[in-house]
Design a protein around this ligand. Structure first.
Ligand SMILES: Cc1ncc(C[n+]2csc(CCOP(=O)(O)OP(=O)(O)O)c2C)c(N)n1
Length: 306
């Protein structure tokens, strides 16, 4: 969780200094959801991600140096510096890709799960998406298709309370997005997205169910993004008091305290891990800075048209 937080805070800082271009969406405050969900997966399992995907990538095992290089437009990045923040894929690590199209990962997850079932590969696909994405047509088509074919997919909604500037309070007439599972005949669960253990327990049960061939589940994790939607967001659509309330529920501090209370870690050990994460991010920047930019000749390499 520290690695995700420090990575995104560094990206924020570098963006402000003009060292990273394009756009980026930070998941600071939402670290428990990707870490818990990906911990419940096995190496061969796959994920699909979103535009807010740095945490998903890191939790599925991506190399932060290659991620930083991608964001800084260097050839050593995951897409040789030509994709940026929203197009990081790590096929070897089972990450089928971040996605700039809201709701775009849902059909990809269903296709991958269908492949797993037809080829008897026994991997599960965990599909990350946001509350806003659950109002896209692709969400409804994907859930229905996964349900009728009993596909091994776990639909995981990170409800961070906002889609750009639209609050879930204004965008839904239902209390829980997970209630939509009923319309498609699959189990639905609501969890505290800032409680790592709670998210892990629910995702693990859904993953096991999928692996047994019993079909998909829909999980909604209630969480919050501390930063704005993207760049140049003055956060005028919400109050500083609301932000403070959620910051008091910091998933990293909560989990750290739990480990200490249960005698599983000391403050000293947690500080060591925190320092290690910070160093890894600093080293990632050094690696990226030393890497070359793509040349004009590389522009059309790796471009496909079907
Ligand atoms: C199909 C599509 N429509 C609109 C957009 C513009 N857009 C980018 S992010 C976003 C909000 C998505 O909200 P949510 O799914 O809740 O994810 P969050 O940003 O909250 O993590 C929108 C509308 C887009 N990229 N793709």
């Amino acid at each position: 969780m520290w690695l995700i937080r420090y990575f995104d805070e560094k990206v924020d800082e570098m963006f402000a200094k003009g060292l990273i271009h394009g756009t980026t969406h930070l998941c600071v405050g939402q670290e428990a959801t990707p870490v818990a969900a990906c911990t419940a997966l096995m190496k061969q399992d796959k994920i699909t991600s979103t535009h807010r995907g740095h945490g998903h990538c890191i939790a599925k095992g991506a190399d932060v140096a290659k991620m930083m290089a991608e964001l800084m437009g260097r050839t050593t990045g995951y897409c040789k510096g030509k994709g940026g923040s929203m197009h990081i894929a790590d096929l070897e690590g089972g990450n089928l890709g971040a996605n700039g199209i809201v709701g775009g990962g849902l059909p990809i997850a269903v296709g991958a799960a269908l492949t797993s079932k037809m080829l008897k590969e026994n991997y599960v696909v965990l599909c990350f998406f946001g509350d806003g994405a659950s109002n896209e047509g692709s969400f409804h088509e994907a859930l229905n298709m996964a349900a009728i074919w009993d596909l091994p997919v776990v639909f995981f909604c990170e409800n961070n309370q906002y889609g750009m500037s639209g609050s879930v309070k204004d965008m839904f007439r239902i209390e829980n997005i997970a209630d939509r599972s009923q319309a498609y005949g699959m189990p639905g669960h609501v969890v505290d997205g800032n409680d790592l253990q709670e998210v892990y327990d629910v995702v693990q049960a859904a993953v096991e169910r999928a692996r047994r061939g019993e079909g998909p589940s829909l999980i909604e994790a209630k969480t919050y993004r501390w930063k704005g939607h993207s760049k140049s967001d003055g956060r005028k659509y919400r109050t500083r008091e609301e932000e403070a309330e959620w910051k008091a529920k910091d998933p990293i501090a909560r989990f750290g305290q739990r480990l200490i209370d249960e005698g599983l870690a000391t403050q000293h050990r947690l500080d060591e891990l925190r320092k290690k994460a910070l160093e890894e991010v600093e080293q990632a920047v050094v690696f990226a800075e030393k890497s070359p930019f793509p040349t004009i000749e590389m522009l059309e390499e790796d471009v496909y048209a079907l």
